[in-house]
Design a protein around this ligand. Sequence first.
Ligand code: SF4
Length: 441
Amino acid sequence: MNKKKLKVPTVGFVSLGCPKATVDAELILTRLRAEGYAISPSYAEADLVVVNTCGFIDAAVEESLEAIGEALSENGRVIVTGCLGAKGDVVISNYPKVLAVTGPHALPEVMAAVHQHLPPLHDPFVDLVPPQGIKLTPEHYAYLKISEGCNHRCSFCIIPSLRGDLVSRPLGEVMQEAENLVDAGVKELLIVSQDTSAYGVDVRYRTGFWGGRPMKTRLFELASALGDLGVWVRLHYVYPYPSVDDLLPLMAEGRVLPYLDVPFQHASPRLLKLMKRPGDIERTLDRIAAWRRVVPDLTIRSTFITGFPGETEREFDELLQFLDAAELDRVGAFAYSPVDGAAANELPGALPEQTREERRMRLMQHQEDISTRRLEAKIGRTITVLIDDVDEEGAVARSTADAPEIDGLVYITDGEELEVGEFATVTVTDCDVHDLYAVLA
Ligand code: SF4
C-alpha cells in the first residue's frame, strides 16, 4: 500500500510565569502531543506558536508582550494564553494580528484555537474518527450539544440528579465543532442541551474566544456566531427566561431559524408552581404576541404534561384555553408519568393513569384544529425547504418550521430531480394535520 507522507503539524511553545502557568502549559503540551502535534523548540520549524503569558506585575506584562512580539516577528502565527490574556484587550490592542487570545486555565479554548488555525493531521489510515466526529444523523443535519446538566429542579424531572448541574461547553469548542460539521456538508445545526437558554450561566458568561475575537459564553453571542456559518440554526429546549426575547431579532435578520422550541408544560399558575416552572401565564401570552410582532413567521413548538398530581378538570380546561389563545404551531403532550425519584411523586392528588392519558388525547385533539389552521395559512406561499429524501414519486423535505423527527414534512410532488441535502424553493399547494404539499416554485 502506498501511503503518502504528510507533514506533521508543528507547534512552538513559549511559557512564562509562575508554577500555575507551568501546569497550564504542561496540560496544553500533553494534549497537543496526544492529538499528534509535534512540538518544536524553533520558531522557524513551527506552523504556529503558543505563548503562555504572565500578567502579575508590570515587569511580567512587559516580558509577556515582548515574547508575543518576538513570536510574531519570527513566526507570524501566534496564539496567546495565560494571565495577560485575561487583562482586557491589552494583547489585542498591542498586537491585533495574534490569531486568538485566551485567559489562564483555558485548555479547551487554546485547543479550539489551535484546531481552527492548524487542524490536526487527519490520516484516514490511522484515524478511526473523521474531524466532525461520528454522526448518527444523515449527512445534511446534525445535533450540536452546547451544555450538559441543568440548574432547575422541575418537580417531575430527575435529570439534574442524573446529570448534575449545568456545565456549558467552552464557546470556542462548540464553534469549532459547528465549523467542522459545516465543512463536512451539514446544512442544518440543531442546538440541543437540557436548558439551551441557560448557556454560560455556570461560567458567569465568561469571555471565550472564536476566530481570534473575544466573545461572551452566552446563547445570544453563540447563536449570532453560529448564524455566520451560513447554514440553518435551529434552537431546541429553550427554557422561557426573559433573555429569550433577545434572540428574536436574530431570527428576524435570518441568522437563526424563526423557530422556538419552548416547553411551557402547563398553563395553570398553581400547577406550574408545583412543577417549579415559571408561572405567570398571562405574561407568557404577552410574550408570545411580542415575539410574533418581531418575527411574524415564527414557529413555536411546545410540550405539555397532562394529569399532573392534583390537576383538576378546571385546571386542565385552563390549559386548553391557553392553547386557544397562544395558537402554537406544534404541540407535544405527555401523560404525567411518575419517574422514580421525582419530587412530584410525593404530591397529593395522584390521578389514575386512565385520566392522565384521556386528558393527553383530549389535548392533542384540541390542538389539532389549531395546528391545521396554522398550516392552512401557508397554502399559496413560497417557502424554502431542505431536502431529506428523494424517490421517483418526488421529494420529502422540511421547512424552517419543521425539526427532524418531531415536526411535519413537506412533500414536493414534482421534486424527483432534487438532491438530498439541497435547499429548494417551493410553493405550498395543500396541507393535512401535520404536513404540507408543495410544487417547485
Ligand atoms: S425539565 Fe428540563 S429544565 Fe426542568 S429540571 Fe428537567 S432538564 Fe431541567
